[in-house]
Design a protein around this ligand. Structure first.
Ligand SMILES: [Zn+2]
Length: 192
């Protein structure tokens, strides 16, 4: 089939809504020295599904959903905090999405909800972020291997496999790696 000479795509007039743009500017003022802000991050870019063939239902739950803002560390570019901007009407009438809450808690990534407002108190926001990050750290106790055989991946909850370091200072030594590598890069040292 011939492609039409012009595609039926047009650039959206607004990438961020006015409320999102206003909050983005405040957020940028707060974190510009330390963190990068990614708006509108699809959940499927942030999470992967363990054993995807068995867990299609769980893939569908995150498919085409996104989180409003994701903050990344400037040095490692790893996510440190996610933010959902809630609108007053929506917050009143709709119960909070428990699935989303559980998803972030289990993935040990702090998620905070900020009510969209005409103006923001940066100190209050900073306190909210700090509290969420502290809470996640408390819950983030590393799981220990249950026995001497194969440990369970702390991220995916599936059995890890014995591998050899192919390069670097530990070349030739064994370690346990996750079956979901490279999406999951958890490792456990042998004998732990
Ligand atoms: Zn894993």
């Amino acid at each position: 089939m011939d492609e039409p000479s012009t595609f039926p795509y047009r650039l959206r007039q607004e990438f961020l809504s006015p409320a999102e743009a206003a909050f983005f500017r405040v957020l940028h003022e707060m974190v510009k020295e330390h963190l990068y802000i990614c708006p509108k991050v699809p959940l499927q870019e942030l999470f992967f599904v363990t054993r995807p063939n068995e867990n299609v239902h769980y893939f569908n739950k995150i498919y085409r959903k996104s989180v409003d803002f994701l903050l990344l560390r400037r040095d490692t570019l790893k996510p440190v905090l996610a933010i959902e901007l809630d609108y007053p009407k929506q917050a009143e009438h709709r119960p909070r999405d428990n699935f989303l809450e559980s998803l972030f808690i289990q993935a040990r990534l702090p998620l905070v909800h900020v009510l969209a407002q005409p103006s923001y108190d940066m100190q209050e926001l900073a306190r909210l972020f700090a509290r969420a990050m502290k809470q996640t750290k408390v819950e983030n106790q590393p799981m220990r291997a249950a026995n001497d055989y194969s440990p369970i991946c702390p991220r995916c909850g599936i059995t890890m496999v014995l591998r050899f370091y192919k390069e670097g200072p530990r070349k030739g030594q064994q370690y346990y790696g996750c079956l979901n590598f490279p999406q999951c890069q958890e490792t456990v040292q042998v004998g732990h």
